[in-house]
Design a protein around this ligand. Structure first.
Ligand code: SF4
Ligand code: SF4
Length: 661
């Protein structure tokens, strides 16, 4: 080690400090930009806030173990190889610093494991991983260019990293060549040293070592200095963002406080809702945009993007990141650059949320812009606007429906909820009330509840949760409807609610509690599964019918409900999975108010999904959300006159009917 004079280590330490300073300056620049956002759920993103919101599971699994990358095994494996290689090298170089204070760290088992073999292996793994990603950058999959954005800088960083590793091996080779007693545990370094000795003598190798040592040191420090100023900052921001991820999956839109006193508002401060510019977004939204890799995985799974509509969640995040980099926090051209058609094409399916490797939530950002279009500008696609007006005037979104609110229970006896007597409220909801096809789901559920002897009742007048208003961006209307519902529920002392629609379930369970709701909601498919497990329902068995199940986004992705409907289907037929199932399900296209919009692009989302269902060869397609049923039924009729789409309740009720004879 004497070949490198002691003063070189002092200079290296100074260079390292400078590099770390640059690293901290870069991180601080990101922090300052993120801080210009609004508090998130009423809190600023601070170190103490981080402790309070720390999502350990997400941090460990998604942040450190990069679990979401492993969904794509090849890229995930090479990323893992690169990550382990980097860790081994960081540790090996840190330990090597002990040499500086006089400890002979190369001696004994410690030196062999951590320095000789450890660093050697680290270099090989890092080189392999980085080479894979560089080659892929040079032959990029479509998603890297999707959404009109491709991230510059990755390939330069990767090429530079490869050169650093090569310089490291050359330095090692020269060191081993210069040392009279070579090592054989540094197998690659020994081989390189052997080659160098065929060109240089020991003295020449010592000079080579001095030169390469400086080149390697300079390159390493430069890389550290640049990390936080380019795309490699994702190494820090990815795990950080995962640590802040909401512990509840799916979309968690922050509430808006409408209880303001207009007189107390500053005269020059305009009241504004949602987001038109960066400064309107939350600090978490801005952290998302900063952490975004522009990898396009969200674009690949987005049903709107995949059916040719204007929306690309990647474009939304990348555009926000560009505005941040250009310091355009108060520039409300942002919302227009993203565009109304794109913002309203989002079905709020949360596929992007589930896929993002750095735990971004592009859907929440999209919906903030939507809130602004609706509540500030009164702008939205006309079909949605009509549904919205109906919500405001009639408290349901079904414009021009020919159904009477009581039609669904014509010719059947359905008990009304009696406070203090009835256990469950069977919540009917708007789609079941006003769409003929969905009314059959409610009738099937009534048969099931009667057969199982469940104590239940309905409201005399069906109501809507307000979910369509909320997801179309009309938070004010949602709050009004939700508060009226909560008042009614409290007046009737309702403790347990059964929903037939995944959106109703999500609203009651996720958003109503923050407005004062205190009841338990159970999706009908979960209750049916419980009734079957408790032996309260006996079904005719022995069916060979093949059934494929379409997971509603609002049950599977938003609420982790994937097993219950499958258990129910297993009791009535043979389950065949579609390629995209469970939390990886493909949307039916109805969510986010797109039941009333959703046109345009190259295909209907529900047609794509229905084709996927047909391709399984199943006899029937089952689902467990009234909106999914309506969308898929409509697409199914374009292929066949036979009824192919059923709710799980209908499949179960059919079997009960057979027993009853
Ligand atoms: S939001 Fe996530 S998935 Fe989409 S481009 Fe950014 S990092 Fe990739
Ligand atoms: S929530 Fe669904 S439709 Fe909306 S941006 Fe994400 S993937 Fe696309």
């Amino acid at each position: 080690m004497d070949i490198i004079p002691t003063y070189s280590y002092f200079i290296l330490a100074a260079m390292l400090l400078l590099a770390l300073f640059s690293f901290v300056v870069g991180l601080n620049k990101h922090r300052q930009r993120i801080e210009r956002g609004k508090p998130w759920f009423g809190e600023k993103i601070t170190v103490t806030g981080a402790a309070a919101r720390f999502n350990k599971s997400s941090f460990v699994h998604r942040g450190l173990m990069t679990s979401r990358l492993l969904k794509r095994p090849i890229a995930g494996t090479f990323h893992g190889i690169m990550f382990i290689g980097a860790l081994l090298l960081i540790f090996g170089h840190a330990v090597f610093a002990l040499d500086f204070i006089g400890l002979n760290v190369y001696e004994g088992w410690f030196g062999t494991v951590f320095l000789k073999v450890g660093r050697e292996l680290g270099g090989i793994l890092l080189f392999t991983g980085v080479a894979f990603f560089l080659i892929r950058r040079l032959n990029p999959p479509e998603r890297l260019h999707a959404g009109e954005h491709s991230r510059a800088g990755f390939e330069h960083g990767e090429a530079f990293l490869l050169l650093i590793v090569i310089a490291g091996f050359l330095t090692e080779g020269f060191r081993l060549a210069a040392e009279v007693s070579g090592s054989n545990s540094e197998f690659l370094g020994t081989a390189i040293g052997g080659l160098l000795l065929s060109v240089f003598d020991h003295e020449g190798a010592a000079s080579g070592l001095q030169l390469m040592w400086w080149i390697h040191a300079l390159m390493g420090c430069t890389f550290i200095a640049l990390i936080s100023h380019g795309p490699f900052v994702h190494m820090i921001l990815g795990p950080t963002n995962s640590a802040f991820a909401n512990s509840r999956p799916g979309i968690n839109l922050p509430p808006i406080n409408f209880d303001f006193d207009e007189d107390e508002e500053e005269e020059d401060e305009e009241l504004s809702f949602g987001a038109a510019k960066l400064a309107d977004l939350s600090q978490k939204n801005l952290l998302d945009a900063t952490a975004c890799l522009w990898c396009g995985r969200c674009h690949e799974v987005c049903p709107a993007a995949q059916t040719g509509k204007d929306l690309s969640p990647k474009k939304v995040m990348a555009t926000c990141a560009e505005y941040m980099a250009e310091d355009k926090f108060d520039d409300d051209s942002l919302i227009d650059v993203l565009g109304l058609d794109a913002i309203f094409a989002c079905t709020s399916c949360a596929a992007c949320v589930e896929e993002c490797p750095v735990s971004n939530n592009p859907a929440e950002v999209v919906l903030e812009f939507r809130r602004h279009f609706v509540m500030d500008r009164s702008e939205m696609p006309e079909t949605m606007a009509a549904a919205n007006r109906n919500l405001e005037s009639r408290e349901h979104p079904f414009v021009g429906t020919s159904s009477n609110p009581q039609d669904w229970r014509k010719n059947i006896e359905v008990p009304l909820f009696e406070p203090g007597e009835t256990e469950y409220l069977l919540w009917i909801g708007c789609s079941v009330t006003y769409e003929e096809r969905a009314q059959e789901i409610a009738r099937a559920m009534v048969r099931i509840l009667d057969a199982a002897g469940v104590s239940y009742g309905i409201f005399e007048e069906p109501r809507c949760t307000g979910d369509p208003a909320k997801m179309m961006g009309n938070e004010m209307q949602f709050v009004e409807m939700a508060e009226a519902n909560i008042e009614e529920f409290k007046a009737q002392n309702i403790q347990k609610v059964i929903t037939l629609c995944a959106h109703c379930y999500n609203s009651f369970d996720r958003y109503y509690p923050e407005l004062g709701a205190n009841w338990v909601t159970v999706p009908h498919t979960v209750l049916i599964e419980q009734l079957l497990a408790q032996g309260k329902l006996t079904l005719a068995g022995g069916t060979d019918e093949k059934i494929t199940f379409h997971d509603p986004c609002y049950l599977a992705r938003h609420n982790n409900i994937v097993d219950a409907p499958r258990a129910v289907i297993a009791s009535v037929g043979q389950l065949i999975e579609m390629p995209r199932s469970g939390k990886g399900s493909f949307c039916c296209g109805a969510g986010g108010g797109n039941y009333w919009g959703g046109q345009g692009g190259t295909a209907r989302i529900s047609d794509v999904r229905m084709q996927e269902a047909f391709d399984t060869g199943a006899d029937k397609v089952a689902t467990s959300c009234s909106f999914c049923n309506l969308m898929l039924s409509a697409s199914s009729t374009r292929h066949s006159e036979d009824r192919l789409v059923y709710d799980v309740a209908e499949l179960v009720a059919e079997k009960i009917t057979i027993i009853d004879g």
